[in-house]
Design a protein around this ligand. Structure first.
Ligand SMILES: [Zn+2]
Length: 268
Protein backbone atom coordinates (compact mmCIF):
# COMPACT_ATOMS: atom_id res chain seq x y z
CA UNK A 1 0.00 0.00 0.00
CA UNK A 2 2.66 2.49 0.99
CA UNK A 3 4.55 1.17 -1.95
CA UNK A 4 1.47 2.02 -4.04
CA UNK A 5 1.53 5.63 -2.89
CA UNK A 6 5.20 5.84 -3.55
CA UNK A 7 4.86 4.35 -7.01
CA UNK A 8 2.02 6.78 -7.90
CA UNK A 9 4.17 9.67 -6.76
CA UNK A 10 6.95 8.32 -8.86
CA UNK A 11 4.72 8.54 -12.01
CA UNK A 12 3.25 12.03 -11.64
CA UNK A 13 5.20 13.60 -8.79
CA UNK A 14 2.10 13.81 -6.48
CA UNK A 15 0.38 11.05 -4.48
CA UNK A 16 -2.89 9.84 -6.01
CA UNK A 17 -5.69 10.99 -3.57
CA UNK A 18 -7.71 7.79 -4.16
CA UNK A 19 -4.73 5.66 -3.42
CA UNK A 20 -3.93 7.70 -0.30
CA UNK A 21 -7.52 7.21 0.88
CA UNK A 22 -7.43 3.46 0.38
CA UNK A 23 -4.04 3.36 2.04
CA UNK A 24 -5.50 5.09 5.10
CA UNK A 25 -8.33 2.54 5.20
CA UNK A 26 -5.79 -0.24 5.07
CA UNK A 27 -3.82 1.36 7.88
CA UNK A 28 -6.91 1.75 10.04
CA UNK A 29 -7.86 -1.86 9.41
CA UNK A 30 -4.41 -2.93 10.52
CA UNK A 31 -4.23 -0.64 13.56
CA UNK A 32 -7.72 -0.79 15.01
CA UNK A 33 -8.02 -4.56 15.35
CA UNK A 34 -4.60 -4.65 16.99
CA UNK A 35 -5.63 -2.00 19.52
CA UNK A 36 -8.89 -3.77 20.12
CA UNK A 37 -7.04 -7.05 20.56
CA UNK A 38 -4.77 -5.37 23.12
CA UNK A 39 -7.78 -3.97 24.94
CA UNK A 40 -9.35 -7.43 25.17
CA UNK A 41 -6.03 -8.89 26.33
CA UNK A 42 -5.78 -6.21 29.03
CA UNK A 43 -9.31 -6.92 30.22
CA UNK A 44 -8.53 -10.63 30.38
CA UNK A 45 -5.37 -9.97 32.38
CA UNK A 46 -7.22 -7.73 34.83
CA UNK A 47 -9.93 -10.36 35.25
CA UNK A 48 -7.35 -13.11 35.74
CA UNK A 49 -5.27 -10.92 38.05
CA UNK A 50 -8.16 -10.19 40.39
CA UNK A 51 -9.47 -13.72 40.74
CA UNK A 52 -8.65 -15.50 44.00
CA UNK A 53 -5.90 -18.09 43.81
CA UNK A 54 -7.12 -20.46 46.51
CA UNK A 55 -9.14 -20.63 49.70
CA UNK A 56 -7.52 -19.17 52.81
CA UNK A 57 -8.06 -19.09 56.55
CA UNK A 58 -8.49 -15.96 58.65
CA UNK A 59 -6.80 -16.44 62.01
CA UNK A 60 -8.73 -13.47 63.44
CA UNK A 61 -12.37 -14.40 62.73
CA UNK A 62 -11.87 -18.05 61.66
CA UNK A 63 -13.44 -17.45 58.24
CA UNK A 64 -12.40 -20.07 55.69
CA UNK A 65 -12.82 -19.45 51.98
CA UNK A 66 -11.84 -16.99 49.30
CA UNK A 67 -10.36 -13.64 50.25
CA UNK A 68 -10.82 -10.43 48.26
CA UNK A 69 -8.39 -8.56 46.02
CA UNK A 70 -7.57 -5.03 47.20
CA UNK A 71 -4.91 -2.32 47.02
CA UNK A 72 -2.91 -0.39 44.48
CA UNK A 73 -1.14 -2.25 43.02
CA UNK A 74 -3.70 -4.99 43.47
CA UNK A 75 -2.99 -7.69 46.03
CA UNK A 76 -4.76 -10.97 45.39
CA UNK A 77 -6.32 -12.84 48.34
CA UNK A 78 -5.57 -9.95 50.69
CA UNK A 79 -8.80 -9.03 52.47
CA UNK A 80 -10.92 -11.28 54.66
CA UNK A 81 -14.50 -10.63 53.52
CA UNK A 82 -15.82 -11.47 56.98
CA UNK A 83 -13.80 -9.27 59.37
CA UNK A 84 -11.96 -7.00 56.94
CA UNK A 85 -8.51 -8.13 58.06
CA UNK A 86 -5.60 -7.69 55.68
CA UNK A 87 -2.28 -9.52 55.51
CA UNK A 88 -0.57 -7.31 58.11
CA UNK A 89 -3.34 -7.83 60.69
CA UNK A 90 -3.31 -11.59 60.32
CA UNK A 91 0.50 -11.52 60.57
CA UNK A 92 0.38 -9.66 63.88
CA UNK A 93 -2.18 -12.05 65.34
CA UNK A 94 -0.15 -15.00 64.05
CA UNK A 95 2.90 -13.61 65.85
CA UNK A 96 0.86 -13.53 69.06
CA UNK A 97 -0.56 -17.03 68.46
CA UNK A 98 2.95 -18.37 67.90
CA UNK A 99 4.20 -16.88 71.16
CA UNK A 100 6.26 -14.16 69.46
CA UNK A 101 4.72 -11.32 71.51
CA UNK A 102 4.04 -12.70 75.01
CA UNK A 103 3.19 -9.21 76.30
CA UNK A 104 0.14 -9.23 74.03
CA UNK A 105 -1.08 -12.37 75.79
CA UNK A 106 -0.99 -10.74 79.21
CA UNK A 107 -4.56 -9.60 79.91
CA UNK A 108 -3.49 -7.09 82.53
CA UNK A 109 -1.28 -5.16 80.11
CA UNK A 110 -2.17 -1.49 79.64
CA UNK A 111 -2.34 -1.15 75.87
CA UNK A 112 -2.31 1.98 73.71
CA UNK A 113 -3.20 1.33 70.06
CA UNK A 114 -2.44 4.04 67.48
CA UNK A 115 -4.50 4.16 64.25
CA UNK A 116 -6.38 1.11 65.46
CA UNK A 117 -7.55 -1.23 62.75
CA UNK A 118 -11.19 -2.30 63.44
CA UNK A 119 -10.46 -6.04 63.18
CA UNK A 120 -7.62 -5.79 65.72
CA UNK A 121 -9.40 -3.29 67.95
CA UNK A 122 -12.24 -5.76 68.42
CA UNK A 123 -9.83 -8.49 69.51
CA UNK A 124 -7.80 -6.25 71.82
CA UNK A 125 -10.73 -4.45 73.41
CA UNK A 126 -12.22 -7.78 74.45
CA UNK A 127 -8.90 -9.07 75.68
CA UNK A 128 -7.27 -6.31 77.73
CA UNK A 129 -8.65 -4.74 80.88
CA UNK A 130 -6.89 -1.49 80.00
CA UNK A 131 -7.04 -0.65 76.33
CA UNK A 132 -7.30 2.67 74.47
CA UNK A 133 -7.20 3.61 70.82
CA UNK A 134 -5.44 6.80 69.74
CA UNK A 135 -5.56 8.89 66.61
CA UNK A 136 -4.99 12.49 65.62
CA UNK A 137 -7.38 12.58 62.70
CA UNK A 138 -10.07 9.91 63.06
CA UNK A 139 -12.38 8.91 65.87
CA UNK A 140 -10.62 7.17 68.74
CA UNK A 141 -10.65 6.93 72.53
CA UNK A 142 -7.81 9.45 72.73
CA UNK A 143 -6.78 12.23 70.37
CA UNK A 144 -3.00 11.95 70.44
CA UNK A 145 -0.16 13.25 68.32
CA UNK A 146 2.52 10.58 68.19
CA UNK A 147 5.24 13.24 67.90
CA UNK A 148 4.08 14.89 71.13
CA UNK A 149 1.96 12.46 73.14
CA UNK A 150 -0.31 14.07 75.68
CA UNK A 151 0.18 11.36 78.33
CA UNK A 152 2.20 10.87 81.48
CA UNK A 153 5.53 9.06 81.49
CA UNK A 154 5.55 5.27 81.81
CA UNK A 155 1.81 4.83 81.50
CA UNK A 156 1.56 1.87 79.14
CA UNK A 157 2.91 -1.67 78.95
CA UNK A 158 2.31 -2.04 75.23
CA UNK A 159 1.98 0.38 72.32
CA UNK A 160 0.75 -0.95 68.98
CA UNK A 161 1.43 1.27 65.95
CA UNK A 162 1.08 -0.45 62.61
CA UNK A 163 1.90 1.58 59.53
CA UNK A 164 2.07 4.87 61.39
CA UNK A 165 5.79 5.62 61.69
CA UNK A 166 6.19 6.20 57.94
CA UNK A 167 3.74 9.12 58.28
CA UNK A 168 5.47 11.06 61.06
CA UNK A 169 8.78 12.40 62.33
CA UNK A 170 9.98 9.03 63.60
CA UNK A 171 12.79 10.53 65.70
CA UNK A 172 10.28 12.50 67.77
CA UNK A 173 7.75 9.65 67.70
CA UNK A 174 10.11 6.92 68.89
CA UNK A 175 11.30 9.13 71.77
CA UNK A 176 7.72 9.87 72.76
CA UNK A 177 6.65 6.24 72.47
CA UNK A 178 9.54 5.23 74.68
CA UNK A 179 8.62 7.90 77.24
CA UNK A 180 5.02 6.70 77.71
CA UNK A 181 6.04 3.04 78.03
CA UNK A 182 7.08 1.48 81.33
CA UNK A 183 10.65 0.18 81.50
CA UNK A 184 10.53 -3.19 79.75
CA UNK A 185 7.31 -2.21 77.96
CA UNK A 186 7.08 -2.97 74.25
CA UNK A 187 6.35 -1.23 70.98
CA UNK A 188 4.74 -3.49 68.37
CA UNK A 189 4.93 -2.02 64.91
CA UNK A 190 4.89 -2.68 61.18
CA UNK A 191 6.11 -0.37 58.41
CA UNK A 192 6.67 -0.53 54.65
CA UNK A 193 10.31 -1.62 54.45
CA UNK A 194 12.71 -2.51 51.65
CA UNK A 195 15.16 -4.90 53.27
CA UNK A 196 17.48 -4.65 50.29
CA UNK A 197 18.13 -1.00 51.11
CA UNK A 198 20.71 -0.34 53.81
CA UNK A 199 19.35 3.16 54.39
CA UNK A 200 15.90 4.67 54.60
CA UNK A 201 14.89 6.79 51.62
CA UNK A 202 13.47 10.16 52.52
CA UNK A 203 13.54 13.60 50.99
CA UNK A 204 12.05 16.59 52.81
CA UNK A 205 11.75 18.54 49.58
CA UNK A 206 9.02 16.15 48.39
CA UNK A 207 5.92 17.67 49.90
CA UNK A 208 3.06 17.20 47.45
CA UNK A 209 0.77 14.19 47.57
CA UNK A 210 1.67 13.30 44.00
CA UNK A 211 5.42 13.40 44.69
CA UNK A 212 5.09 11.35 47.85
CA UNK A 213 2.95 8.79 46.03
CA UNK A 214 5.65 8.43 43.39
CA UNK A 215 8.59 8.30 45.77
CA UNK A 216 7.19 6.69 48.91
CA UNK A 217 4.28 4.62 47.60
CA UNK A 218 1.50 6.64 49.22
CA UNK A 219 0.54 10.32 49.16
CA UNK A 220 0.85 10.77 52.93
CA UNK A 221 4.04 8.78 53.53
CA UNK A 222 7.23 10.76 54.20
CA UNK A 223 9.77 7.97 53.68
CA UNK A 224 10.39 4.41 52.57
CA UNK A 225 12.24 2.49 55.26
CA UNK A 226 15.38 0.52 54.61
CA UNK A 227 17.09 -2.00 56.89
CA UNK A 228 18.19 0.83 59.20
CA UNK A 229 14.59 1.07 60.45
CA UNK A 230 15.72 -0.96 63.47
CA UNK A 231 18.41 1.54 64.41
CA UNK A 232 16.18 4.55 63.80
CA UNK A 233 13.55 3.33 66.26
CA UNK A 234 16.09 1.96 68.74
CA UNK A 235 17.63 5.46 68.91
CA UNK A 236 14.45 6.62 70.66
CA UNK A 237 15.26 4.43 73.67
CA UNK A 238 14.51 0.89 72.57
CA UNK A 239 16.15 -2.40 71.70
CA UNK A 240 14.76 -4.73 69.08
CA UNK A 241 13.72 -8.00 70.72
CA UNK A 242 11.82 -9.78 67.95
CA UNK A 243 10.87 -9.52 64.31
CA UNK A 244 8.24 -11.99 63.22
CA UNK A 245 8.29 -12.85 59.51
CA UNK A 246 5.63 -14.39 57.30
CA UNK A 247 6.99 -17.44 55.52
CA UNK A 248 6.36 -21.00 54.37
CA UNK A 249 2.93 -22.58 54.70
CA UNK A 250 1.67 -19.66 56.79
CA UNK A 251 1.82 -17.41 53.73
CA UNK A 252 -0.50 -19.75 51.82
CA UNK A 253 -2.83 -20.68 54.63
CA UNK A 254 -3.42 -17.19 56.03
CA UNK A 255 -2.96 -15.14 52.86
CA UNK A 256 0.12 -13.22 54.05
CA UNK A 257 2.63 -11.07 52.22
CA UNK A 258 5.85 -13.02 51.81
CA UNK A 259 8.53 -11.62 54.08
CA UNK A 260 6.35 -8.98 55.74
CA UNK A 261 7.42 -8.34 59.33
CA UNK A 262 6.05 -7.40 62.68
CA UNK A 263 8.71 -5.71 64.82
CA UNK A 264 8.82 -5.78 68.61
CA UNK A 265 10.98 -3.21 70.44
CA UNK A 266 11.49 -3.16 74.19
CA UNK A 267 11.95 0.07 76.11
CA UNK A 268 15.40 0.24 77.67
ZN1 LIG B 1 -11.44 -12.54 59.12
Amino acid sequence: MLNGVTSCASYCGNPNPMRVKSSMKWLLKRILPRKFKRFIQTLSLVKLGTQPICERVCNICEYEGYFTTVGRPLRIDALCPNCGSMERHRLLILAVQRGGIPQLEEKNSAVLHFAAEPCLEQVFRNKFSSYATADLFTKADLKLDMECIDAADEQYDVVVANHVLEHVDDKKASTELSRVLVKGGILVCQVPIIEGWASTYEDDSLTSEAERLMHFGQGDHVRYYGADFRQRISAGGFKLINEFTSEGEDVLRYGLLRGEKTFVFEKL
